[in-house]
Design a protein around this ligand. Structure first.
Ligand SMILES: Cc1cc2nc3c(=O)[nH]c(=O)nc-3n(C[C@H](O)[C@H](O)[C@H](O)COP(=O)(O)OP(=O)(O)OC[C@H]3O[C@@H](n4cnc5c(N)ncnc54)[C@H](O)[C@@H]3O)c2cc1C
Length: 201
C-alpha cells in the first residue's frame, strides 16, 4: 500500500513485539507408533529455548528445544496407509530468523528425539520463518502475528478501520481482538459489524 495511506510507519512495526515464528516438520513414517495424538515434549533446559524466543531472538541450541508433535494418523486414518504414521512437528523459534540449514538441523533433531531412530522416516518436509514470509506475507516470518503483551492489548492494538482510507478495514491476528482461530473469527465479526454500522451512517 502507498506509504501515505498506511496507518503506521515501518518504525512502528519495528518496535512491536511479535509472537514467535516456528519451524514445522511434516513427517511420513514407515511404521506404527504407540503414542497419543497430541504430544508436548519439554526438554531439560527449557529456559534456554524460552529466552531465545523472547530475549535474545536467536536460534536455540537443538538440545534445549521443547516442541509439539501431532500424530494425525492416530485420529484420522485417511491421512496415510494403516501400517504408517503421519506426524506434524512444531518447534517455536524467534521471528526474523533466516537459515535453512539451522531449520533442517532443528527439525531433524526433534524428529530423532521423538522417534528414537530415523531409518523409517520416508518423507520429511520442513517449513520455516522464510516460508511464512514468502507464502503468507507474514511480517518478519511470524507464525502468530502480534504478541499479546499489555501494551499491545485492547485500544493499544492496531485498529480495525484504516485512519486514512476510511473504506479500508483490517482483520486478523495483527488487529482486534488478537491471535488464534477463535480470535480472528471474532475479528471478522467485528469488522462486518463495523462495515454495516458505517454504511448505515
Ligand atoms: C503452525 C500453526 C499452528 C497453529 N495452531 C493454532 C491452534 O491450534 N489454535 C488456534 O486457535 N490458532 C492456531 N494458530 C494460529 C492461527 O492459525 C492464526 O492466528 C490465524 O490463522 C490467523 O488468521 P489470519 O486470518 O489473521 O491470518 P492467516 O491465516 O495467515 O491468513 C492471511 C491470508 O492472507 C493471505 N495474504 C497475505 N498477503 C496477501 C496479499 N497481499 N494478497 C492476497 N492475499 C494475501 C495469506 O496468503 C493468507 O492466506 C496456529 C498457527 C500456526 C502457524
Amino acid at each position: 500500500m502507498p506509504h501515505n495511506y498506511r496507518n503506521f510507519s515501518p518504525q512502528y512495526w519495528e518496535e512491536k513485539t511479535l509472537a514467535p515464528s516456528a519451524v514445522l516438520a511434516y513427517v511420513g513414517l514407515r511404521r506404527k507408533l504407540d503414542v497419543p495424538h497430541h504430544n508436548i515434549v519439554v526438554n531439560g533446559k527449557w529456559e534456554e529455548h524460552f529466552n531465545s524466543l523472547f530475549g535474545q531472538k536467536r536460534w536455540p541450541p537443538p538440545s534445549s528445544i521443547s516442541y509439539y508433535v501431532s500424530v494425525r494418523s492416530k485420529s484420522d486414518p485417511t491421512v496415510c496407509p494403516e501400517d504408517r504414521e503421519a506426524l506434524f512437528f512444531l518447534i517455536p523459534v524467534a521471528p526474523g530468523l533466516r537459515d535453512r540449514e539451522r531449520e533442517l538441523k532443528l527439525a531433524w533433531w526433534a524428529v530423532q528425539d521423538f522417534l528414537g531412530e530415523v531409518e523409517d522416516v520416508e518423507f520429511l518436509k520442513v517449513f520455516g520463518p522464510e516460508d511464512f514470509e514468502r507464502d503468507y506475507h507474514a511480517y518478519m516470518g511470524t507464525a502468530f502475528g502480534l504478541a499479546h503483551t499489555l501494551s499491545q492489548t485492547a485500544s493499544l492494538r492496531p485498529p480495525l478501520r484504516n485512519r486514512r482510507l476510511r473504506n479500508l478495514y483490517h482483520v486478523g491476528q495483527y488487529t482486534h481482538p488478537g491471535v488464534g482461530v477463535p480470535m480472528v473469527v471474532i475479528s471478522a465479526q467485528l469488522v462486518s459489524g463495523l462495515i454495516l454500522k458505517n454504511q448505515k451512517n
